[in-house]
Design a protein around this ligand. Sequence first.
Ligand code: NAD
Length: 498
Amino acid sequence: MTTALIETLPSVEAFIARTHSSFIDGRQQPSTGARRDIHNPARDSVLSSTLQADPEQVEAIVQSSRRAFKSGVWSGLSPAERERILLRFADVVEAHGEELAQLETLNQGKSIHLARAVEVGASVSYMRYMAGWTTKIEGQTLDVSIPVPAGARFNAYTRREPVGVVAGIVPWNFPLMIAIWKVMPALASGCTVIIKPADETPLTVLRLAELAIEAGIPAGVFNVLVGKGSEAGAALVAHPLVNKVSFTGSTPVGKQVGIAALDNMTRFTLELGGKNPMLVLDDADIEKAVAGAIGGGLLNQGQVCAAASRLYVQRSRYKDFLEALSTAVADLKVGAGMDPQAQINALVSRKQQDSVLRYLDIARREGAQFCTGGDKPDLPGYFVQPTVLGNVEQGMTSAREEIFGPVLSVLPYDDLEQALAMANDSHYGLAASIWSNDLGRVMDLIPRIEAGTVWVNNHVPLDPNLPFGGYKQSGMGREFGRAAIEGFTESKSVCITY
Ligand code: NAD
């Protein structure tokens, strides 16, 4: 049951009271598009509202970003000037951290602790890290062996240049953080950027755009397109003046985005879904593995692309693990994200709640054992009880499909070859974790796991310096680190004869 909620800041109250629309050329611009209600998932009530972009606005936003790019108002600054402004941007975001965290919790449903620590805290660290790249972008000098004209000498090198106008398409699970994952490397590279937030969660990105202006980023360099994914989002991705699409979202939509981008040879990066295995070996510390499964599997109510959702446990430890996990999960307190005592919060939308409950019905029909949870609690918002499923078999839907909710499926295995085969038996390949202190077995497993990230004795920590992305249908390309900068720049080869 909900206990006392934290007090909402007046600045947050004022922001949600507005009707919001796309942010173009330094301010929100009116639109003739449809009005859309923005919900508070913890209460099933209307929080705020937006005016969706109409087709003219999609055109206007691309033209604005193109103009800003071509004018050199951003790419023409020296790297040190851009770095200084981006560091100031990080400071401004940090100074408005509590406001952004509350806005995110009210709009997305997540815990205020998670919003403060990750959406804001980790994002600010990421901002400072990426600001530093601005002054470190480099090419190579290369020796060449060109035979003509006889006697000529050559100097050859590569330089990296900003790709141009970037469209960043963002999902609803970490609306602010994932937007920042795209905005910062794009700006560090000298690009201009348009963020299209998820239809459900536009508020923090709109506030971020205002803070960018306050920090000194010129108008038009960072725009926000508010609109329906299948209309405004699709039109943005297909626009011939967009040079790069950086998409995070579901695999089916990611495929459509990739196909649309390819039509114009627009560069693209796709960060997509996952059905991430956690392998608990027979020597694992069960207490730590249980804590890891809860942290890595139920964070943000399991609405995490890299969440641990298939837990493979060696049969001799399976019963102990399942019991300890079920007891710990049954103890978690369910409540609003603004309740600092609550550990499991509302899902983002009624649609997502219905989808998770449908998966639980399927699990029931397919014969999974419900160790704890399995239904919605008696609360007004979009909650689902944290659920542990035992007796799950590899062929069951709960072991194969991304549920994107607070549901952990636990499966026994007999030997490591079988565990590895089950872990790799998925069209996804975003992340995996191994729980063991047996270094030899861990080191044998790491190269054989088909996933973009493998964690050992933890699940889900990310670092701005460590590339992140998926194998197989979990995506194409990598974000973070040097990979992100390469993703927002083109390599130009230069060959000088003298
Ligand atoms: P989604 O694919 O439905 O939507 C993602 C974004 O795409 C939204 O902004 C949406 O409005 C937009 N969109 C929808 N149709 C579009 C189209 N035709 N053209 C252009 N844009 C379009 O995903 P979601 O439901 O918002 O998020 C959940 C999914 O995102 C999950 O599958 C999850 O695994 C994935 N995800 C992946 C990562 C990662 O880094 N790999 C991170 C977070 C979420």
